[in-house]
Design a binder for this molecule. Structure first.
Ligand code: ADP
Ligand code: ADP
Length: 232
């Protein structure tokens, strides 16, 4: 369970302060697929990035499984981040590393033993359907395959939460469907909580259990997808 209590995030921009997130309170339940929608600049990405403390709240508290994470530092922060994977619109793979090494990277960084890394990466390659691409480089993959590598990398450690920042925006319709199916499978099979930012209504209707609508840093609405969008 992820809880935001009166969370604000402020940036110091060239033209003064930007209140990217304003006094936002929200609860994301364990095991759900939770969507965040809203126009560009609404604060979606900033809010998502507070969950692994890539952004720090200027006010308010954030709790994960009832633990206040807001001020975590050092080793505690490192351990928190191991449980939270993230995927991106443009995949953010490392160009000069193979698929295997991209997926292994978070485990190498965490100091896992070589045997364990080997076993886990092969499991993940199987899960995302890329066992035959282990030695390929990112430039040899399609967009959908790159995102599958991104997903495998995000699951490499003891992932409990998967953060997705516009994960299908760079993909065509058919590829989007297959990535959404993979995310659903991961949610159901592994019980991983998924938080997904999107501007695509199809994505929300297709996989989200609940959705939050943001505008100008504020939370406008939160509820079941059906209540918010289908039958408001
Ligand atoms: P969204 O994901 O909904 O498009 P963002 O969270 O990216 O929104 O941005 C929210 C607001 O914060 C915008 O006004 C944006 O310009 C501003 N912002 C985002 N990141 C930074 C930053 N690193 N420095 C200054 N302002 C930022
Ligand atoms: P495309 O838009 O062509 O599908 P990407 O947006 O993923 O590809 O990025 C273009 C290239 O840059 C890819 O080969 C990718 O592996 C590489 N790349 C993307 N992010 C990073 C990064 N953070 N570090 C190194 N290389 C990256």
């Amino acid at each position: 369970m992820i809880q935001f209590k009166d969370v604000s995030v402020t940036y110091e921009g060239d033209e003064g302060k930007v209140e990217a997130v304003q006094k936002l309170s929200l609860q994301i339940n364990k095991g759900e697929i939770f969507g965040i929608v809203g126009s560009s600049g609404a604060g979606k990405s900033t809010l998502l990035r507070t969950i692994n403390l890539l952004e720090r709240p200027s006010e308010g508290r954030i709790y994960i499984n009832n633990q206040d994470i807001t001020d975590l530092k050092g080793e505690d922060l490192r351990l928190l981040r191991q449980k939270i994977g993230m995927i991106f619109q443009h995949f953010n793979l490392i160009k000069r590393k193979t698929v295997f090494d991209n997926i292994a990277f978070p485990m190498v960084a965490a100091g896992k033993p070589r045997e364990e890394i080997h076993k886990r990466v092969n499991e993940l390659l199987h899960l995302v359907g890329l066992s035959d691409k282990s030695n390929a480089f990112p430039s040899q993959l399609s967009g959908g395959q790159k995102q599958r590598v991104g997903i495998a990398r995000a699951l490499a450690n003891e992932t409990e939460i998967l953060l997705c920042d516009e994960p299908t925006s760079a993909l065509d319709l058919e590829t989007t469907k297959s990535i959404l199916n993979l995310l659903k499978e991961i949610n159901q099979k592994l019980g991983i909580t998924i938080v997904i930012i999107t501007h695509e209504m199809d994505v929300v209707k297709n996989i989200c259990d609940r959705v939050a609508v943001m505008n100008d840093g504020y939370l406008l609405e939160v509820g079941d997808v059906y209540d918010v969008f289908v039958n408001p």
